[in-house]
Design a protein around this ligand. Structure first.
Ligand SMILES: [Zn+2]
Length: 129
């Protein structure tokens, strides 16, 4: 995530003047009425992998939105959230926890979480189904 490598092939994610290519599952942000920044634990992609992912991934296939992201910030981690217990902490749930959240020290992190702050909805080279 920090190096903006494609989450599928590991090569540099696609980048142009509009920004870095990201895919999100679900409605295009301007169609949902959301005004807040998006957060995701999924790294960006290169365009060939984005097209293949939309075709192959059951989560993305029904509705995926491609974004060109101009500004993003690492804001936390996603992983197993533990709670105090005896004789040792007990796994409780899987959650995304912000760096400034007091629970951050109780997370066994598996992924970084990034906030996509400035983006444009775009169309992939091959249209999303
Ligand atoms: Zn790739």
């Amino acid at each position: 995530m920090r190096r903006l490598l494609c989450q599928v092939c590991g090569r540099p994610a696609d980048r142009n003047r509009e920004g870095v290519l990201w895919l999100i599952g679900g409605e295009a942000p301007e169609h949902t009425g959301r005004t807040d920044a998006l957060t995701t634990s999924h790294p960006p992609l290169c365009e060939p992998c984005a097209v293949r992912s939309v075709r192959a991934c059951p989560h993305l296939r029904p509705r995926a939105t491609a974004l060109r992201v101009r500004a993003h910030t690492l804001v936390g981690v996603r992983g197993a959230l533990y709670r105090p217990g005896r004789p040792r902490p007990a796994a409780w749930t899987v959650a995304g926890v912000a760096y400034d959240d007091a629970r951050i020290r109780w997370v066994r992190a598996g992924q970084l979480v990034v906030r996509l702050e400035s983006y444009t909805v775009v169309t992939l080279a091959a249209p999303c189904p």
